[in-house]
Design a protein around this ligand. Structure first.
Ligand code: M6R
Length: 608
């Protein structure tokens, strides 16, 4: 998290740095800052909170200069305030940082013992102090950087300027992403290529252990020993993405309503619409011969993987080991080379997911990445890339990425079933026909349920706690519903397997605890209805999300029943995701929270 950017060139940079930060605000919005060098003097402007606060400061006190670095912060060490905002200055050194310097406490103690005075509570400031110290000792800037890089440990992307050199920016990567942009007579650095897209589409991605020295003429890339390394540039597709809200109030609303169109586009990549079959997937993973799958991801991406587990096991009879990446990476799971591993990530940069990927790679597994950002680190380190083609997702709450991940997982599980001979050609055709129908049904559902959900969300906003229940693939959906509601409305919510209700959560049921039951009329329906009876018997308020058959079959009194069309099991999770997204969205709007940038969260989580 945190977004960083740098420009060294010939034209004024401050405005362009802020423009680039705007495209990086998804990485954090606790504070922002920019520094430039002009007439041999380094200066900075910083502001707490969102970027427009920094823009106001800059309006009052503009910053001239044709070289500069900038930062948007997601706080790890130190509260979000101006003093902790980057860039950090120490004796003519300016530093912006994304990540965590894990040994900062011991370095800070050492530096304080040597007389350093720290201004901020951040871990980043030790980097500036180390560089100042090595410069004082007589090292040139490059040697000071290399000395510093050999002292710090942890995860970091660092961009540095020295006041006495208005022609050079230095950068290093160990973990979080960093892209070098090649302009005409100008060079750029950014946390991603989208940040740099108005300036250039020629991008070189730094890899872990890279140290780069940029001047207006180009970039020299070395390892942390100062030995040159070769990295090739590529033409990024980032500039082709249009990122605005259209006629919607929030990006999240736009992204919810985009789903029918986007999912249709995603499906066309995986499905032969004429023949009703799955297209041959990337040959780097042969689902026909693997003995099992390991899946790992975080948050919403993990929940899509959990739905995928049900599908791979049911349709392809393929055993799936799945865990959240923060656990997976440390569990020392015994894996065999005959297994393949799938990592799911919208951003493709999530630190824990990337670490799990590297664990599996070291164990010799073939790696598949289900990602939205095709140029991301997770994509680049995988043997096979399965793009979800959702386009940029700006709202911190993941919506269209979730349903596109599900669509890809559905196609892959059908493909695996075909390769393993566990589904017939007729079954495959039938399932594909359902997938092809899905965008139309999604449009219908979004239009039909919206007014009812908007009204219902007013009632829901009065409660402090909400329970979501589901069975089968509706269990991960229940967790996804709870995650969506809590992250944007701040209402406490939990998702449970309906069958687990009586093993604990039932103790919470009373008239103050709405229970949202997600139950299409599938093979689990009767059992879920029994669980609903248990809730009703204890005075619980039920919000029942079902289909026409389910609504007709249940006679229970509910606070509300949301009725969706009858759909096949293979598309039900994507269809039933829509009302839970809308419910969270409208509840948050009604409560007046910051829907697109909810408190404490960031879109790309590049620290552990
Ligand atoms: O970029 P990723 O898909 O790897 O991100 C994983 C999670 O951080 C993400 O899904 C998060 O849970 C969302 N905010 C949920 O809406």
């Amino acid at each position: 998290m945190c977004g960083i950017v740098g420009i060294v060139g010939t034209e004024p940079v401050a405005e362009r740095l802020v423009d680039a930060l705007r495209r990086l605000e998804y990485r954090g919005y606790d504070s922002a800052g920019v520094a430039t060098i002009h007439d041999g003097k380094m200066d900075r402007r910083r502001a707490e909170g969102k970027l427009f606060n920094l823009e106001k400061v800059l309006d009052g006190e503009p910053l001239p200069g044709t070289i500069g670095i900038a930062h948007t912060r997601w706080a790890t060490h130190g509260v979000p305030n101006v003093t902790n905002a980057h860039p950090h200055f120490v004796e003519g050194v300016a530093v912006v940082h994304n990540g965590i310097i894990e040994n900062f406490s011991e370095l800070k103690e050492e530096l304080i013992a040597e007389g350093a005075v720290f201004e901020s509570q951040t871990d980043t400031e030790v980097v500036a102090h180390l560089l100042a110290k090595y410069t004082r000792q007589g090292l040139d800037h490059k040697a000071a950087m290399l000395a510093m890089l050999n002292r710090v440990s942890g995860a970091y992307a660092l961009v540095v300027m020295f006041a006495d050199d208005a022609g050079t920016i230095m950068a290093a990567r160990s973990g979080p992403p960093l892209a070098v942009g090649h302009g005409k007579g100008e060079m750029f650095l950014g946390s991603d290529a989208i940040a740099l897209s108005p300036f250039t589409n020629e991008i070189t991605y730094l890899v872990d252990g890279d140290f780069a020295v940029l001047t207006a003429q180009g970039a020299r890339i070395m390892d942390f020993a100062g030995q040159p390394v070769t990295r090739t540039s590529q033409i990024s597709q980032a500039a082709t993405f249009l990122v605005d809200k259209g006629n919607h109030r929030h990006f999240m609303e736009k992204e919810i309503y985009e789903q029918p169109e986007i999912i249709s586009h995603a499906l066309s990549h995986y499905v032969d619409f004429a023949e009703n079959v799955v297209k041959q997937p990337d040959m780097a993973i042969d689902f026909g011969s693997v003995s099992g799958l390991a899946i790992s991801a975080c948050g919403t991406a993990y929940l899509s993987g959990l739905v995928g587990k049900y599908w791979f096991e049911r349709y392809a009879r393929l055993p799936v080991e799945i865990d959240v990446a923060s656990e997976f990476r440390y569990r020392e799971i015994p894996l065999s080379k005959n297994q393949a591993a799938l990592f799911i990530s919208q951003s493709g940069e999530t630190a824990d997911t990337l670490a799990s990927l590297r664990y599996c790679k070291d164990e010799g597994l073939k790696i598949g990445a289900i990602v939205n950002v095709r140029e991301s680190t997770i994509a680049r380190e995988s043997d096979a890339i399965f793009p979800i083609l959702a386009g940029p997702e700006i709202g911190v709450a993941s919506t269209k990425a979730f349903t596109c991940q599900l669509a890809v997982l559905a196609a892959l599980s059908i493909s695996a079933g075909r390769a393993r001979g566990t589904i017939s050609a007729d079954d495959e055709k039938a399932m594909i026909r359902h997938l092809i129908e899905m965008p139309r049904i999604m449009s219908q559902v979004l239009n039909e349920v919206q007014p009812q959900i908007e009204t219902l969300s007013r009632d829901l906003s009065r409660f402090k706690d909400v329970l979501y229940l589901g069975r089968g693939t509706s269990f991960p959906l229940a967790m996804e519903g709870a995650l969506k509601l809590k992250e944007i409305s701040y209402i406490h919510a939990e998702g449970y397997a309906a069958g687990e209700l009586k093993h604990g959560p039932i103790a919470l049921i009373d008239e103050n605890m709405p229970v949202i039951v997600i139950a299409p009329h599938d093979r689990f329906f009767e059992k879920t209805v029994s669980n609903m009876q248990e809730v009703a018997a204890r005075g619980g308020k039920i919000i029942f999300i079902t289909d026409e058959r389910g609504a007709a079959a249940s006679k229970l009194e509910t606070m509300a029943t949301i009725v969706l069309p009858n759909v096949d099991e293979i598309i039900a999770p994507m269809i039933f995701a829509l009302p839970i997204q809308l419910l969270a969205y409208h509840t948050a709007v009604f409560m007046g929270t910051d829907v697109d940038q909810p408190r404490n969260l960031a879109k790309s989580v590049t620290v552990e």
